[in-house]
Design a protein around this ligand. Structure first.
Ligand code: PGA
Length: 256
C-alpha cells in the first residue's frame, strides 16, 4: 500500500495576514502530485482567514489547514483553550500535538498528549504527533527509549487500529530551529526504528503511517531527507515562513 507524503508548515507564533495571502498565492501556482498533501498550521487567529483564502484560490484536496494545538477537554471553563469542535467548525483538518515546545514550555506530559490525540481522532481530525529526543538523550544513547516512551502511551490510549490515522513527526529537539539537521542516514535510522516499533503492535499499520522528519529542514537539505525509505515528508518551521523556499520543499516531496 502506497504511503502519501505530507509537508506540514508549523508557523509557530509567527506570521500574519500578509503571509496567509502570500503563501496561498504561491502554493496556488504549484501542481502537486496526487499523493502529496500540504498542510499549513498557522496560529489560531489566522485559521479562518487561511481556510477562506484557500477556498478563494481553489487550492483543492491536496491542501489542508492545521492547528498547532488543541484541548483534551470537550468544552467548559478552560480559558485560552481551543476545542476539537471549534477546529472542525472552521474546516481545520489536521492538528499538531505534542510539539517539543509544548512538552517543555507548557509541561505537556505524554499522558496528556495521548488524550489530545484521542480526542482529535474522535473528532475526525488528523493528529500530527511530534516525538523526539534531546541532545543529551541522543548523546547518552537513550533515543530509542525516549521515542518508545512517547509513542507507547498514545498507542495504549487510542488502540493500534485507530493509530493508522495518526501522522508522526520525528523531530530531534536539538535540530529544531538550530540549523543543525540530523544527517539523512541518522534520520532514516531513527524513522526505521519508529516504524519497527509500531510494527511490533501491527505491521500493516506501521506500513501505512506517514513518518515526517522535522528540525531545520530547508530547500537545500529536503531532497536528500525525503529520498530516505522511511521518511514520508516533513514538519517545517522556519523555512515554512518563506513562500518561495516552502514551495521548493513541497515540490521535493514524493509519495512512497
Ligand atoms: P524548524 O522547526 O524547521 O525551524 O527547525 C521545526 C518544528 O519545530 O516543527
Amino acid at each position: 500500500m502506497a504511503r502519501r507524503s505530507i509537508i506540514a508548515a508549523n508557523w509557530k507564533m509567527n506570521g500574519d495576514l500578509t503571509l496567509v495571502n502570500t503563501m496561498v498565492n504561491a502554493l496556488s501556482e504549484v501542481d502537486f502530485q496526487n499523493n502529496v498533501n500540504v498542510v499549513i498550521c498557522p496560529s489560531s487567529p489566522y485559521l479562518s482567514a487561511l481556510v477562506a483564502k484557500t477556498k478563494e484560490q481553489k487550492l483543492g484536496p491536496t491542501f489542508a489547514v492545521g492547528a498547532q494545538n488543541v484541548s483534551e477537554h470537550e468544552n467548559g471553563a478552560y480559558t485560552g483553550e481551543i476545542s476539537t469542535k471549534m477546529l472542525q467548525e472552521l474546516s481545520v483538518e489536521f492538528v499538531i500535538i505534542g510539539h517539543s515546545e509544548r512538552r517543555s514550555y507548557f509541561k505537556e506530559s505524554s499522558t496528556q498528549i495521548a488524550h489530545k490525540v484521542s480526542v482529535a481522532l474522535n473528532a475526525g481530525l488528523t493528529p500530527i504527533l511530534c516525538i523526539g529526543e534531546s541532545e543529551l538523550e541522543r548523546a547518552t544513547e537513550q533515543t530509542e527509549t525516549v521515542l518508545a516512551s512517547q509513542l507507547q502511551p498514545v498507542i495504549d490510549e487510542v488502540g493500534i487500529e485507530k493509530f493508522v490515522d495518526v501522522v508522526i513527526a520525528y523531530e530531534p529537539v536539538w535540530a529544531i530551529g538550530t540549523g543543525k539537521t540530523a544527517s539523512s542516514e541518522m534520520a532514516q535510522e531513527t524513522h526505521q526504528f519508529i516504524r519497527q516499533f509500531i510494527a511490533q503492535a501491527d505491521e500493516n499499520v506501521a506500513d501505512k503511517v506517514p513518518l515526517l522528519y522535522g528540525g531545520s529542514v530547508n530547500a537545500s537539505n529536503c531532497e536528500e531527507l525525503f529520498a530516505q525509505a522511511d521518511i514520508d515528508g516533513g514538519l517545517i518551521g522556519g523555512a515554512s515562513l518563506k513562500a518561495e523556499q516552502f514551495k521548493v520543499i513541497c515540490l521535493a516531496a514524493k509519495g512512497k
